[in-house]
Design a protein around this ligand. Structure first.
Ligand SMILES: N[C@@H](CCC(=O)N[C@@H](CS)C(=O)NCC(=O)O)C(=O)O
Length: 274
């Protein structure tokens, strides 16, 4: 039994939904409403102790973190492979999944500053403090704190856009050499990077302007023409319902440390091979 915990049109949720659909793997969808901080509710932290989406429940095992989730899906469901056999191409695929995470850090800043500032302002001081307090990841706490105390500076936005420009320019060069990111076949790298390019296009379309980046745009169109991507990215489906009105911290009152301690995994001591 496979259940996907995800939040509609968030970049990381699209990556996993797209991968499952591309491979034709059935799953149950469990929507996690980020605008209600459901991701910080104790029931969700059981599935992802970082308090972010997405997460998979595969027969009771919690699998989280989008790039490793995609690799897990390949390992557990090898039919219709999305991973090249050639080690060099597999390296390139993983390099680009890492690039996806690299640019995603900048995209989080850009998304926070463009879309979430007003939502934080709707919360009272106590609710703001509670939400920041209950976010397990230090970088998320810092980002929420930033929004609660006046928002991002121009320099911070410029730094994030530098990372975006660096990544898009490199992607253009990569796609000038091969039809897909990691060679002649579509791979996890294409699925992974697409959602980042999609978000950049939503927020700063001039950063991926077709005249300057024809290969990136042709690749994006080819990807989006595939039924799996079209379905995964469509707004207003059962998996991508409209956002509720306003933010609320209801339900996140929990002893965070206790929940996280419960999830602690014992790692066996490392034994060097003879
Ligand atoms: N690559 C990381 C990133 C996860 C991530 O940033 N998820 C976002 C949605 S794309 C989220 O849950 N944000 C909620 C928040 O920051 O409070 C992962 O998959 O775990």
């Amino acid at each position: 039994m496979l259940t996907l915990y995800h939040s509609g049109l968030s970049t990381c949720s699209k990556q996993v939904r797209h991968c499952l659909k591309e491979k034709g793997i059935p799953y149950e969808s469990r929507y996690v409403e980020l605008w209600r901080y459901e991701n910080l509710n104790p029931w969700y932290l059981q599935w992802n102790p970082n308090g972010v989406v997405p997460a998979l429940d595969h027969d009771g095992t919690a699998i989280y973190n989008a790039a490793p989730i995609l690799e897990y899906i390949e390992d557990a469901f090898p039919e219709r492979p999305l991973r090249p056999e050639d080690p060099r191409l597999r390296w390139k695929m993983r390099h680009w999944m890492w690039m996806g995470d690299y640019v995603h850090q900048a995209i989080i800043d850009l998304t926070f500053s463009a879309r979430l500032q007003s939502l934080v302002e709707e919360l009272g001081d106590d609710d703001k403090a509670k939400m920041i307090d209950q976010s397990p990841m230090p970088d998320r706490r810092e980002r929420w704190r930033r929004l609660s105390t006046g928002g991002y500076t121009g320099d911070e936005i410029r730094a994030a856009l530098d990372i975006v420009d660096y990544t898009v320019a490199w992607l253009e060069r990569e796609l000038s050499q091969s039809a897909w990111i990691a060679g002649g076949e579509m791979s996890l790298a294409d699925v992974y990077v697409l959602s980042n390019v999609h978000r950049i296009r939503e927020l700063y379309p001039e950063r991926v302007e077709p005249g300057r980046f024809p290969k990136v745009n042709a690749w994006r169109d080819r990807m989006m023409d595939r039924p799996a991507a079209a379905e995964a990215y469509a707004p207003g489906t059962a998996e991508t319902p409209p956002r509720p009105d306003g933010k609320s911290v209801e339900g996140i009152d929990t002893d965070l440390q206790a929940v996280l301690a419960e999830r602690a995994i014992e790692v066996p001591p490392f034994t060097a091979r003879a």
